[in-house]
Design a protein around this ligand. Sequence first.
Ligand code: C2O
Ligand code: CU
Length: 509
Amino acid sequence: MPSRREVLRRAAVGVAVATALGAGALAWSSTLLGEYSVMSMGSGQDGGGQAGDGHSGHAQHSGAVGVAHGASGTFATGGDVSVTSLTADPDRPADVEVELTARQETIDVPGGRAVEGYTVNGSSPGPELRAQQGDLIEVTFRNESVTAGATLHWHGIDVPNAADGVAGITQDAVPAGGHHVYRFVAEDAGTYWYHSHQVSREQVLRGLLGALVIDPVAPADAAADLDITALLHVYGGQHTLNGRVADERIDAPPGSTVRVRVINSDQGTAAVWSDSPFRVIATDGRDINEPTDLRGQRLLIPAGGRADVAVQAPQHGSAALHVGGARRVLIGDPEASVPSIAQPSKSVDLLSYGAPEPLGFDPSSPDRSYDYVIARRFGLIDGRPGNFWTINGRMFPDVPMFHVAEGDVVVMRIVNESGEVHPMHLHGHHIVVLSREGTAASGSPWWVDSLDVRPGESYEIAFIADNPGIWSDHCHTLPHAVDGLVAHLMYDGVTTPFTIHGSAGNQPE
Ligand code: C2O
Ligand code: CU
């Protein structure tokens, strides 16, 4: 017999679902989504853009998810530029050519137990790609055996839209036996990563990913003596560092500086701390201006985010950089035994870390202003009942479409009323934090592509719309994206011939 309280709780849930349905907010939800184009998603907004500039024609209101009739391509109406034409210069030869092959197979996890998942060139993480700033990178991606199809997305690199790797928006998922060529110029030095953007909650979780580092043409004067990558990933509950259930030991002479590029490829925030002072020298591939030494504080890296930290090898023994709670990078004497230290409770606040410098644009009178308010309620997505995320009060796919024109300065207010942290990730652009809860940023410009917005927080961020295309703007706790925490940024006049679901089986989330 359920207790009285349980009965009441169930009744309350029932009422909540009934209310959501009764309100007509989900009029479409009596049918399944079927095949659809992201272009027809949700409610078009213009964020205060000039009236009559043409994009209102795309705007559709609740219940307006297009259902496909016929082949993909039928959606490309009313615009002039297809995402497929937004490419790197097709005549420019590649500077770096890479072949990456994905397989669905057992992943060997050194130091732990093997798990079923996905590999790239036989391992997970796949090979670290390294190139120099300005290089044109050409990756031939082969899907040997991933039955659901796969893609590669270059997380944090502001690639041309055609190379963004989002199944159903910028390409069809590459079927087993197929291949796809990605070409982009790595304009910005820094730490990035790649991962599949087809059924990403499953394929990223199970290892279809790797690191990507772009070296600067002219290394900064404070260049580190050693430069290493620390990619964090959990495989079936096993916390790994660069794919192994083990600490990394870096043999570094006393006084030398090591740049540790921490990549958080997991679904939640990762903490970094040390027994020695360390500096945060970059976030998400953008340098911090005049970073200072941190002591007794931890750095929090959002899911999908990266942070480059500089640690000095001590005169004796080894410094321990704790990364992600379970693993460490030990820097110094490789024989030294190094005690673990507890995670500090105080977190460095990047809102006031480092020294200010000009942003390079003026966000004070933006061309577009948008809200991205995250909350939660009961309802149905694609016929599936649940307690789903909402954006500006609406549930997927009836979420806002953020329209922009090339050159716009865009300001967005991200508000989290949902009770859980969300690492918000905008494709194709870097955003700069203007304020949090009304407190203006006072440190180094804080540029990111992945931003943790904690419960109750509100951020004001800005970016320049300088990369035409259709771009996903979603939570990087990927199960949240599946449960509706995904919207899109759409440039006027850009269209996509690709669709979600449909015969190519595209399922970006
Ligand atoms: Cu790292 Cu849309 O993803
Ligand atoms: Cu989330």
